[in-house]
Design a protein around this ligand. Structure first.
Ligand SMILES: *[C@@H]1O[C@H](CO)[C@@H](O)[C@H](O)[C@H]1NC(C)=O
Ligand SMILES: *[C@@H]1O[C@H](CO)[C@@H](O)[C@H](O)[C@H]1NC(C)=O
Ligand SMILES: *[C@@H]1O[C@H](CO)[C@@H](O)[C@H](O)[C@H]1NC(C)=O
Ligand SMILES: *[C@@H]1O[C@H](CO)[C@@H](O)[C@H](O)[C@H]1NC(C)=O
Ligand SMILES: *[C@@H]1O[C@H](CO)[C@@H](O)[C@H](O)[C@H]1NC(C)=O
Ligand SMILES: *[C@@H]1O[C@H](CO)[C@@H](O)[C@H](O)[C@H]1NC(C)=O
Ligand SMILES: *[C@@H]1O[C@H](CO)[C@@H](O)[C@H](O)[C@H]1NC(C)=O
Ligand SMILES: *[C@@H]1O[C@H](CO)[C@@H](O)[C@H](O)[C@H]1NC(C)=O
Ligand SMILES: *[C@@H]1O[C@H](CO)[C@@H](O)[C@H](O)[C@H]1NC(C)=O
Length: 836
């Protein structure tokens, strides 16, 4: 009976408020309501949390203290959750322990969780502190001896300065283990760990250590299987491999960059950075990415080449042939390859063939000699008949020697960076490969062109960069009053123009040039009538798409800036986000979010990719595009007409949600202006409404027309500008119209949809498409009508005859050579000036 008031008193004492501590000591424990904040900058916090609002399970963990989004980086009791708020962390017997109840001082009861270190008798003053790098550290003897730290027991997150790897002396192995699910931090199936046998490698394993993905061995600068880790990477990485330990540690070059790597239960390893301007995590890298990343995708002694578009991705290494000819022919490479002939490769005129830019094979049985150069390595391998392949240990220095003496397992090719592997072949093979180096068969011309092109561009790039730097110096001198500089480390910088008083960042030309490798051709994503698009990576790791506008836009700088600021205010889930722009001298660029999945045309017009979009997905895309256009036409404060809607201007995000690109190119309208005449026709054949193509008259209904064409293309998987049936002058729209009138329109539905669709729904969509492409603009529905037709079962009007004006022959004859700009059919935009 006496205990009740005591309990109440304790409740009052211990639940007064959420108060923050900085140390846990013998006398200071951590209750459910408390948080331990890291010292001195308060970057991280440790305390109790739940993962979902009404969840009963509570965990003790560490999260970012200054980030709005709950981001857990470490969990103590991941497999033993608490079910109420009576958890207490305290120090007991020199250990950190998590108990269920403060009153439970029964030392014999097993704690919920414990740091579980064996303690020497005289451990002195014990305390636990959370450091600013996110490490929770338990010390004995007044902070002198670190006896336990959370960095030694990672969960699914690798923070900067945390080691991933093995302490060979103590046997402590630090590796990542996935959560069970996003709402359950319990120990999951996947691990991401360094395998120290042979030449150490990083592996992603599933259940029971089955390898899923081999990140590969260390090349001196990066993991063999992570070509993205270039020297301009935002991390300084140290890889240590000696008798005492083998580990990797990432540091961030700029301490302001908040970055983490997480092993997700989905089977992906992701590297994310926090974007404070946007209040969200941004993915800068992930793996595994493609089939060739799967461990042993092509079996033994083979190479997986995902860029081998016309052929099968698996190919045998030089001197090898498929083990099972028939499976190989049927594109199942898992059987791998075997030595081709019985011609001896031992002191019989044999040699080596170079396999360029690869992730080198499994190194767990290799021999390594650090003191040899590449040449000596070759000699040594040649002299040893058991040696089947070799490479340099350090890719950049071409030093050190790694040799293989058995089967070559899990090799794959990259486009740009990769190690060179030298594979032993007999004298006949050697002679054959001398004529046609490995990997060049059938692509010789292209490679040569690429090499020459790259050299040329590098050379021009150097000149350009030199010029940029000079120009920028001048420019920034002029504008110093208005701009401040946010340094993101490295050599990159972003400049924000505060004069404009908007949140839209104005990027410095040098940082955009650095992000895109001086607009290198390898980073080029595409080309349109308005300019070229490049992929870039900012120094903080964020991926961007840069649209470099053609110089002759005839628009002043102020005008351009104002437009960009206006356009950037348009935000909708079906529009590509504009992140900023860059204006300097003649250069005008728009910086967009980068979408890895390319554009819609890449999917629907490609036989091998079109099956990835089933009807449900296509219908979602149609509706998404319709909503995006509706927003541009009606809902945004500005009334925007896109004027160049087409499949290649619809980008897809990772979840294949559509995002309309290039809307910023359209002319801005005042709120009530509905129709205008332009003397500059901007658009693409096949998508242009008759009144726009012929008379330069554009209105929201010209976009409706383009949308109709796009809709029909999505359903049929065919380009409008292609030719159909017997009548060479008929396009897709005309062809569908003919079929529609004969009630046979279902015959044109894309074959790769299979049986996945509802006939009624598809028929309805075709009808909506035909309504949108009617000859007279007044007959076409508005975008809001289209959206409601897509979303309901109401009866639809009967479409009238569509416009047939853009038969290709018509166009070419009616436009004499006085027109400027670029012409192309369907792939690129067309820009031209009509007769004056
Ligand atoms: C804990 O508190 C007791 C008195 O309440 C004190 O004697 C002791 O020194 C304190 N221990 C530490 C480690 O601060
Ligand atoms: C919380 O749960 C534990 C057992 O799960 C129990 O011992 C403890 O008394 C509970 N605390 C409260 C305040 O209900
Ligand atoms: C502590 O470690 C020992 C072995 O060193 C193990 O048997 C025991 O289960 C561990 N206890 C906890 C609570 O993890
Ligand atoms: C115990 O160690 C902590 C941290 O090292 C220190 O702040 C504290 O004064 C020490 N207490 C005693 C009693 O030595
Ligand atoms: C672990 O893997 C097995 C199959 O390998 C799977 O059935 C199970 O659901 C997985 N468990 C978790 C928690 O992911
Ligand atoms: C990265 O560089 C910083 C600053 O030069 C240094 O403090 C840190 O130790 C380095 N980290 C690694 C992992 O090399
Ligand atoms: C290789 O094997 C074939 C039969 O498989 C045989 O006819 C040929 O003589 C052999 N060549 C040598 C060099 O052993
Ligand atoms: C790598 O190769 C060696 C030797 O062939 C083999 O023992 C080892 O199991 C391989 N590693 C994996 C993960 O399969
Ligand atoms: C490496 O090669 C050198 C020179 O051939 C040799 O002296 C040395 O013993 C080799 N080291 C190992 C570990 O094999």
């Amino acid at each position: 009976m006496k205990e009740v008031p005591l309990l109440l008193l304790l409740l009052i004492l211990y639940y007064p408020s959420c108060h923050s501590l900085d140390t846990i000591t013998l006398n200071q424990s951590l209750e459910d309501n408390d948080v331990l904040v890291s010292n001195p900058r308060g970057t991280f916090a440790l305390g109790f949390f739940t993962l979902q609002k009404d969840s009963k399970t509570r965990y003790l963990g560490i999260w970012y203290n200054k980030i709005s989004e709950q981001t857990i980086v470490w969990v103590a009791n991941r497999d033993t959750p608490l079910y109420n708020t009576s958890g207490v962390v305290s120090i007991s017997n020199g250990n950190l322990v998590l108990n269920n109840n403060h009153l439970n001082n029964n030392k014999n009861l097993k704690p919920i969780w414990s740091s579980n270190v064996s303690v020497s008798p005289s451990f002195g003053n014990v305390s636990a502190k959370l450091l600013d790098n996110g490490n929770f550290v338990l010390t004995h003897n007044n902070g002198k001896n670190i006896v336990w730290q959370s960095f030694d027991y990672p969960t699914n997150t690798l923070l900067p300065f945390m080691k991933l790897g093995l302490d060979r002396k103590t046997g402590l192995n630090r590796f990542l283990t996935s959560w069970k699910s996003p709402n359950d931090p319990g120990t999951g199936n996947l691990t991401y760990r360094i395998d120290p046998t042979g030449f150490p490698q990083l592996f992603l394993y599933s259940n029971n250590k089955v390898p899923v993905w081999r990140t590969g061995s260390w090349t001196g600068q990066r993991w063999s299987g992570v070509p993205e880790m270039t020297p301009t990477f935002i991390f300084n990485v140290s890889f240590v491999n000696n008798v005492d330990e083998v580990f990797i540690e990432y540091g961030v070059k700029d301490p302001r960059v908040i970055s983490r790597m997480v092993l997700e239960d989905s089977g992906h390893v992701r590297r994310l950075t926090w974007q404070p301007n946007e209040n969200r995590w941004f993915q800068i890298w992930f793996g595994p990415k493609e089939e060739c990343d799967n461990f042993k995708q092509c079996g033994l002694n083979s190479n997986c080449d995902p860029y081998n578009a016309e052929k099968f991705e698996c190919e045998c290494l030089p001197g090898f042939e498929p083990k099972f000819e028939r499976e190989w022919y049927l594109r199942d490479g898992s059987g791998g390859c075997v030595r081709k002939s019985n011609v001896s490769t031992c002191r019989n005129g044999e040699g080596f063939v170079k396999v360029a830019r690869v992730k080198v094979p499994n190194t767990s049985m290799t021999r390594v000699n650090e003191s040899l150069g590449l040449k000596e390595c070759r000699e040594m391998c040649l002299g040893d008949c058991s040696c089947v392949a070799f490479t340099s240990e350090n890719e950049m220095l071409q030093s050190g020697c790694v040799t293989w003496h058995g089967d070559l397992e899990d090799t794959r090719t990259y486009t740009q960076v990769g190690q060179d592997l030298y594979v032993r072949v007999d004298k006949h093979e050697l002679a054959m490969y001398a004529k046609h180096p490995y990997g060049s068969l059938g692509k010789k011309g292209m490679v040569a062109l690429l090499v020459v092109g790259t050299c040329l561009i590098l050379f021009m790039g150097t000149i350009l960069v030199y010029w940029f730097v000079k120009a920028r110096k001048k420019w920034s001198r002029r504008d110093r009053k208005f701009s401040f500089r946010l340094s993101f480390g490295g050599s990159d910088q972003q400049e924000f123009d505060s004069a404009n008083n908007s949140n839209l960042p104005f990027y410095d030309l040098s940082s955009v040039a650095a992000a895109t490798d001086s607009f290198s051709i390898v980073n080029k994503l595409g080309e349109g009538g308005f300019g070229s698009v490049y992929k870039g990576i900012l120094s903080n790791g964020m991926e961007i798409a840069v649209k470099r506008l053609s110089k002759h836009s005839g628009q002043g700088i102020e005008e351009f800036k104002n437009e960009v600021v206006l356009i950037s205010k348009l935000q909708h889930r079906n529009l590509v986000r504009i992140l900023g722009c860059c204006v300097q001298g003649e250069e005008k660029m728009l910086i967009y979010e980068y979408l890895p999945n390319k554009s819609l045309d890449f999917f629907i017009f490609d036989k091998s990719k079109s099956s990835e979009l089933d009807w449900r997905k296509r219908f979602d895309i149609i509706c998404g595009v319709a909503r995006g256009i509706l927003y541009l036409h009606h809902d945004s404060r500005l009334r925007i007409i896109h004027r160049d809607l087409k499949a290649s201007n619809v980008l897809l995000d990772t979840a294949l949600n559509p995002k309309i690109a290039d809307f910023g190119m359209a002319r801005m309208f005042g709120g009530d202006q509905v129709e205008a005449i332009t003397n500059r026709v901007v658009g693409t054949y096949g998508y242009m409404s008759p009144e726009y193509a012929m008379e330069g008259q554009f209105s929201v209904k010209s976009d409706v027309y383009s949308f109709g064409v796009l809709l029909l293309e999505i359903i049929t998987g065919k380009k409008n500008s292609g030719q159909y049936a017997d009548d060479a002058s008929t396009n897709l729209v005309g062809h569908i119209w003919d079929l529609w009138r004969e009630d046979k329109a279902m015959g044109i539905v894309d074959q790769s949809l299979g049986e996945s669709f509802s006939e009624l729904e598809v028929q309805r969509c075709i009808q909506i498409g035909l309504l949108c492409v009617q000859d007279f603009a007044v007959d076409r529905p508005s975008m809001s009508a289209v959206v409601s037709m897509l979303g309901s079962d109401s009866t639809l009007p009967t479409p009238k005859q569509p416009a047939f004006i853009f038969k290709r022959s018509n166009y070419e004859t009616s436009n004499p050579s006085t027109s400027e700009g670029t012409y192309s059919v369907n792939d690129a935009s067309m820009t031209m000036v009509e007769a004056r």
